[in-house]
Design a protein around this ligand. Structure first.
Ligand code: KG4
Ligand code: ZN
Length: 344
């Protein structure tokens, strides 16, 4: 008779940036409960994330969210605690890592350090209609832009990455230039709905270069010049939505062209879109329309940072669960350094 492992409950903690996320994942039943607190209001007045404020708010929110999730699930203690160990803001990561290890000691259960981008990469598997391996992932967040060939968990080949700004960073910086609040990405996308995407001619960086890398700083400079010219002409208010729409179109065209080229090179017919910019409707629609195979993405709330993806990644890396003895918090952590988990 085959050994049938008992179901395990994994608590996941996400505190790498400006969202406090907690979730409980059952290896048999999937996601059981989750909760999220966004710090957007706290950072908005500063126009960007203030690391010290982020850490302090994670401290305030994390434990109450843990109690809330456990109560919602009717569970008194999980079998393991997974936490985001990087990449991210070190002070913020230390809050999640510190509590995960503390809870692990108190509950006598193991802890699992998780790579934030692996969480994003696998988030589409939280959905009922999960992609099979292998697939190509377009990972577009505030700090990263990558095309990753995924053969299985831990088998990641980063085919291309950004040489300068990440896609989300380009959205946020352009939004700032247009006078929009933080976080600019979603606000710029909303403004773009009212504009003409062909009103302004903007570059599609790297689109015809060999390889699969990205670059967005030239596009940002081109937008800056348009904004400056509009300000000097005194008509920024009239063209703001057109600039937003033209910028979004340029980013979407660039991401789509590179993604289609990478998929063609690999010969894969499954594409996963992940990370905060994956919430962008124009990007989803364009890929849905132009990708010849099937496109998978997590629901909008699991595109941006959340605890569910960390709890699920923890469940997939249970073989790496350790007794709590070291708090891992890494500002940088290349995805390529991840191990291939042992068979569970
Ligand atoms: O994945 P995420 O929540 O955090 C990181 O790991 O970085 O991504 C946040 C990024 C921000 O730059 C935000 O502006 C962008 O995702 N973003 C969007 C949209 N929603 C979030 N960018 C464009 N369109 C959106 N709808
Ligand atoms: Zn993220």
């Amino acid at each position: 008779m085959l050994y049938d492992p008992p179901p395990m409950m994994v608590l996941g903690l996400e505190t790498s940036c400006d969202e406090t996320g907690v979730a409980l994942y059952d290896t048999d039943r999937g996601l059981v409960a989750d909760a999220l607190h966004s710090q957007i209001d706290l950072h908005a007045v500063y126009g960007g994330v203030v690391p010290e404020i982020a850490s302090r708010d994670h401290i305030r929110r994390l434990l109450p969210l843990v109690s809330q999730v456990l109560a919602k699930a009717g569970v008194s203690r999980p079998d393991a605690v997974a936490y985001t160990a990087g990449p991210g803001l070190v002070g913020a990561l230390m809050v999640g890592g510190g509590l995960a290890n503390g809870l692990g000691l108190a509950w006598g259960c193991p802890v699992i350090p998780i790579h934030h981008m692996e969480g994003h990469l696998l988030a589409a598997m939280l959905e009922g209609d999960a992609p099979d391996y292998p697939f190509l992932a377009l990972l577009v967040s505030g700090g990263h832009t990558m095309l990753v060939s995924v053969a299985a968990i831990g088998h990641y080949d980063v085919m291309g990455a950004t040489l300068d700004d990440a896609a989300g960073e380009a959205f946020d910086k352009t939004a700032k230039l247009l006078g929009l609040d933080y976080p600019g990405g979603p606000l710029l996308a909303k403004l773009a709905e009212k504009g003409d995407p062909h009103a302004f001619k903007l570059p599609r960086p790297m689109i015809s270069r060999p390889g699969f890398d990205f670059s967005f700083s030239g596009l940002k400079t081109a937008v800056m010049l348009k904004v400056r010219a509009a300000k000097e002409a005194g008509d920024l208010d009239t063209v703001r939505a057109d600039i937003a729409a033209s910028f979004q179109q340029a980013v979407v065209d660039t991401l789509v062209a590179r993604t289609l080229k990478a998929a063609d090179h690999l010969g894969v017919d499954r594409l996963v879109i992940a990370g905060g910019v994956g919430a962008n409707r124009a990007l989803r629609d364009a890929l849905q329309e132009q990708f010849p195979g099937r496109v998978y993405y997590p629901r909008i709330e699991y595109c941006t940072d959340n605890g569910a993806m960390i709890a699920m990644a923890g469940a997939m890396r249970l073989s790496e669960a350790n007794t709590p003895n070291e708090i891992k918090a890494m500002a940088r952590w290349p995805l390529q350094e991840l191990s291939i988990p042992a068979e569970q």
